[in-house]
Design a protein around this ligand. Structure first.
Ligand code: PEP
Ligand code: MN
Length: 352
């Protein structure tokens, strides 16, 4: 349930309502919009009558029931206002959200060597990426496949972060690793295979770094948003959703089916920012540029793209990785669409 306050409501009245709601055993969450404050109520609101609730203050404009099972994640919970996730990076805060330029995250599937990760970081940065991605801990289908270099790869990510100034996004598979990963990473990634690992979701929700939550390969949109709700309910408001393709029936020509329809659908359901990963979404490098362009045209807030200096030699996901040169070229093409829709970061004016 949400209480929409009238514009100009005195803070003392909002505080009074918050206390009153707490006395009723509810958890009020204040969302301060441009013109209005919305008090989101979490808890057992089933017995409350919105009309009666409206009577408790003349400053209440409207009381609405949130119909969706996801409450904090729902767009209605913020009375239609999108949220922006601000991520601190070595070169300042980067905003993910509907009213901000598209953010690009690029890098290899796995962190391999210092030389490769630093080179990749510098080259994707030059092309316009804001974040370096790269797995230290890899979820692999086979226990005999490369599992990632683990802790030593975190040190390499830290070096690449320092050398490039890029923010770092890397996957957490085990709650026990959160602390050491959070020392290096600016965003913690929860991978598709762990989207419904509720114990892990609660743990990443109880720490402060923003979370990139990938869609499970067979997850419905509702299940995905309920997974986001776990993180939000545990106290972390900074969740970025990432569509990475879902499992359908064609395994021969594409690895997954990239569901770009989530862009308009999620927009109507949630205030959370959205990222599209066309690399895992298609599984093949030649298909990545078209889907990246389509994602920007359809309104994505961010893109996550796998880039490797030598895809043929990559220890994981080589076939879907672009070379740094291909990535640079793609960024030039994306800029055309990004500028046309007013969502491309303005380049600093060149010095004379
Ligand atoms: C990845 O980003 O490298 C990865 C393993 O992704 P997903 O969880 O989407 O498969
Ligand atoms: Mn990968």
């Amino acid at each position: 349930m949400i209480i929409v306050m009238k514009p100009g409501t005195p803070q003392a009245e909002i505080d009074r309502l918050n206390r009153e709601m707490e006395n009723w055993g509810l958890t009020p969450e204040n969302i301060v919009g441009r013109y209005k404050v919305v008090i989101g109520l979490v808890g057992d609101t089933a017995a409350l009558d919105p009309l009666q609730l409206q009577e408790i203050s003349p400053w209440i404009e409207q009381v609405l029931r949130v119909e969706e099972p996801f409450k904090r994640a729902s767009r209605q919970f913020r009375h239609g206002e999108p949220s922006a996730v601000s991520v601190a990076t070595p070169e300042g805060n980067v905003m993910f959200g509907e009213h901000h330029p598209v953010v690009t995250i690029a890098g290899p599937c796995s962190v391999e060597s210092e030389e490769a990760i630093v080179e990749t970081a510098l080259r994707v940065k030059e092309a316009g990426a804001k974040f370096l991605r790269g797995g230290a801990y890899k979820p692999r289908t086979s226990p005999y496949a490369f599992q990632g270099h683990g802790e030593s790869a975190l040190e390499l990510l830290a070096k690449a972060r320092e050398a490039s100034g890029l923010g770092v996004i890397t996957e957490v598979m085990d709650a026990e690793d959160i602390e050491k990963i959070a020392e290096v990473a600016d965003v913690l990634q929860v991978g598709a295979r762990n989207m419904q690992n509720f114990a892990l979701l609660k743990k990443v929700g109880a720490q402060e770094k923003p979370v990139l939550l990938k869609r499970g390969m067979s997850a419905t949109i509702e299940e995905w948003l309920m997974a986001a709700e776990y993180v939000l309910a545990a106290g972390n408001p900074n969740v970025i959703l990432c569509e990475r393709g879902i499992r359908t029936f064609d395994r021969r020509y594409t690895r997954n089916t990239l569901d770009l329809s989530v862009l308009p659908v999620l927009r109507s359901l949630t205030h959370l920012p959205i990222t599209i990963d066309p690399s895992h979404g298609t599984g093949w490098a030649p298909f990545v540029p078209a889907m990246a362009k389509a994602a920007i045209a359809a309104g994505t807030d961010a893109l996550m793209i796998e880039v490797h200096p030598n895809p043929a030699k990559a220890l994981s996901d080589g076939p879907q990785s672009l070379t740094p040169e291909q990535f640079r070229q793609l960024m030039d093409e994306l800029a055309v669409i990004g500028k046309a829709i007013g969502r491309w970061e303005k380049q600093p004016a060149l010095l004379p």
